[in-house]
Design a protein around this ligand. Sequence first.
Ligand code: D5M
Ligand code: FE
Ligand code: ZN
Length: 473
Amino acid sequence: MLKKDVTLALNYALTKGFQIHPDALKILEDIDSRQLQQIIKDIVREKTKQKMFLINQDDLESFLGIKEDENLQNEHKILFDPTPKITSAEGVDGFNALFASRFSKLKKIISIRPEANQLKSIASVIATKSDSDMYVCGLVSSRSSERNITKLVVDDQTGSIEAIVFDNELQKIANSLLIDQFVMLRIVVGKNGGFVAKDIITPDISDRASNRSETETYAVFLSDLHIGSRYFMEDELNEFVSWLSTPDPIARKIRFIMIAGDVVDGVGIYPNQDKELIHQTLEEQLKKTQEILEKIPKNIKVFISPGNHDPGRRALPQPALPKKYNSELWEKENFFMVGNPSMVSLNGVKVMMFHGQSIDDIVKTTPGLSYDKPADVMKHLLRARHLSPIYGSLTPLAPELEDMLTIDEVPDIFHVGHVHVVGLDVYRGVLMINSGAWQKQTPFQASVGVVPTPGLALIVNLKTFKVFSKDFN
Ligand code: D5M
Ligand code: FE
Ligand code: ZN
C-alpha cells in the first residue's frame, strides 16, 4: 500500500495528464514527505515543457541527483549472534561453567605465546616453589597499590596466588589490568619466600592489516537513540534520516547503518523514569522507532543490537530485541535484529557491536580511565580480549555455559555505545568507534558528570577506513 503523501503526489501528476511508471514508485516512497509535493510539481512542469507525459525511475533519479551506483557492494553476513545460543543455566554451577569457559578460551588465545608451554597450575607452583622462572595464568581477582609496590592476586581452577610487583614500569601495567581479566605472569620466589612478578602478559591482539571492502561503500555507526525519553533528539534524528535520501555524495554511498543499543529508553529502567518519558510503554516506544527508521532508504541495511535500556533481558549476553513489542520492525526486509554483543561482516569488514555496559564498572575500578575517553576503555577491552570482565558489580552477567563475551575473533571495527560520548581511535589496526548518542544530557548524567556529545553521525568508508562525522545539531 502506498503512503498517503505518495498517493497525493501521484494524484497531482495524474490530474495533469501524466502516467507514472511503477519503477518510479519505490523512489517516491523514499523521498521525505515534506519535499515530495514540490519535487513532483517541479518534474511535472519540466516534462510538460518537453511534452513528455510519462514519469519513470530515470527521470526521478536524475532530477534528484541520486542515480545509484550499481557497483557499490552491500553484502553482509552475521558472523556471531548470541540470540539462539542463550540458555541461561542457573545458580553456582552456571557461573562455574561460565568462568571455566572464560579461562579455557583465553588460555587458548594466550597459548600462541612461546612462554605458554611453561605454564603450571597455581597449586603446583605454590607446592614446588622452584628457584627458576615460573609461569602461571588466571583471572585477576584483586590489585592494590600501597607505598611503592603493587600486589596482584590471580586465580586459576587450582588455587590463588599473590604476586608483588616492584618494577615501576611493570606496576603501570599491573594497575591497568581490569579486575577479573585473564593474565599470564612470570614469577620468581622472592627473598622473603613470597612470589614476585617479573612479567605480565595479556592475551592482547597482534598488529594487523584490516579487511577492507572492495568498493567505497559507507557505513554509519549510531547508538543510544533513547526513543521515548523526553531528552531524545527526535528532530535531529529525523534530519539524519532525511539526509540519507538527499543527493549528498556521502549519503549516496551509504549501504549500512549499525545501531549498538539503547534504541529505546525503556520502562522501569531507573527510579521515577516515567516522569522523563514521552512514550510510557515499550510498544509505543518501538512504534515510534519504526516510524522514524522506516524512512531509511530500502537500499540501506540496518543492524540493531540491544543495550541496557532495551527490552529482552538485562544480563549479558543480551538476545535481540523481542519481536513481540513490534513485529513490523522485525519484518522489514532491510532490518536485521541481532544480540549484544554480535559480529557482522559488511563487505568482508568484520564489525563487532557491543553496547558497552561494562564501561561503568571499568571506569570505576581502573586508574586513569574516564567516561570522556571511551576509546581508551575500548582499548583495554581488546587487550584483555574480553568485553565485560568484571563480575559482581553493576553489569549483570548471565550464567551461560559458554562465555560469549570473550573476544575470540578480532574485529576490523569495534563499535560501542553507552557512554554517550563520541570516541575514535585505532589500536593495532582495529578501528574503535564509540558512536555517542541522540539524547540530550539527562538530569542523572548531569548529576554524575557525564557530558554527552549527541547528534553526531559517524560514517566510515569501508574501503579506506576514513571516518566522517556529520553534525545534526
Ligand atoms: O548510560 C548513559 C550514561 O550514564 C553512560 O555514560 C553511563 C552513565 N551511567 C549509567 N548508569 C550509571 C551508574 N549507575 N553510575 C554511573 N554512571 C552511569 P545509559 O545506559 O544510557 O543510561
Ligand atoms: Fe544510553
Ligand atoms: Zn546504555
